[in-house]
Design a protein around this ligand. Structure first.
Ligand code: UDP
Length: 240
């Protein structure tokens, strides 16, 4: 039986609210209907997007837990909320690229769609004032965000996560082009995959048609189709 009691708002991000619970080591994560892109420059509300993302993230984190990846996810509580281990978030975003797209395509002048034989990992420093700059390992250590050993652990987890979810999505006819993940540390100082994995944080292309199945249509100016696209992803994930 689940006897979680939702208490106080602990923090609020662009798309999620975090609440304390009666257990000091657990939090409730509430998915709102906010949709943002381009570092929060583009914002909107998309009715029931939070319901879809809560469900999609829960399915992916359940899968990763079953693969032996340490994550913050405990269980889905209701259609917008999930119970998670409380962590201190690490101020970095880890981006994994299997195919060139988005900012990498622009930054390096490489055509979107080029397959990367070796997936490329990038680190972005989470700092709104600085607009989340791309940094490297040495910068992260210099900024005292992580040690080299902790970075090694995160890269090893990231590589496994990519391996597992790439196959998980491909089985559902979805190509995982790139994605962003975040990590946190629990009270034992263990590193856990945290935050979310959803069409907000991944680029998905349909395997047959190469149609974009993520928030790229929102980035490009339309929110109309985004709900239908997220619904399509959820339907595919629910087919075993
Ligand atoms: N991403 C994200 N949050 C961010 C920035 C990027 O979830 O604040 C994801 C994005 O959805 C994509 C991947 O990370 O799947 C790589 O994004 P990119 O660097 O190409 O930047 P974008 O095109 O999102 O500006």
């Amino acid at each position: 039986m689940n006897c979680t009691i939702k208490k106080n708002l602990l923090s609020e991000g662009k798309t999620k609210k975090i609440y304390t619970t009666n257990n000091p080591f657990e939090v409730l994560i509430h998915h709102t209907d906010n949709i943002t892109a381009l570092n929060g420059l583009k914002k909107n509300i998309l009715q029931n997007k939070g319901v879809l993302n809560n469900e999609i993230t829960a399915l992916i984190f359940q899968f990763l837990n079953s693969c032996g990846i340490k994550t913050h996810f405990i269980q889905k509580i209701n259609n917008r909320e999930q119970l998670c281990h409380k962590v201190d978030m690490i101020a970095l975003e880890f981006v994994v690229r299997n195919i060139v797209a988005g900012s990498m395509s622009k930054r390096l002048g490489v055509k979107e769609g080029v397959h990367l034989y070796n997936p490329i990992f990038e680190i972005f420093y989470k700092n709104d004032k600085l607009k989340d700059p791309l940094i490297n390992d040495h910068h992260a250590v210099f900024l005292e965000i992580l040690s080299y050993e902790e970075l090694r652990i995160i890269y090893s987890m990231t590589s496994k996560i990519n391996h597992f979810i790439k196959k998980y999505f491909l089985d559902k006819n979805i190509i995982l082009v790139d994605f962003k993940i975040e990590f946190g540390k629990n009270y034992k100082n263990e590193i856990l995959l945290s935050d979310e994995i959803s069409p907000d944080t991944c680029r998905f292309w349909d395997k047959e048609t190469m149609k974009k199945l993520d928030k790229d249509s929102f980035r490009m100016g339309s929110k109309e189709k985004v709900f239908d696209i997220y619904m399509d992803i959820l339907k595919r994930l629910n087919v075993s």
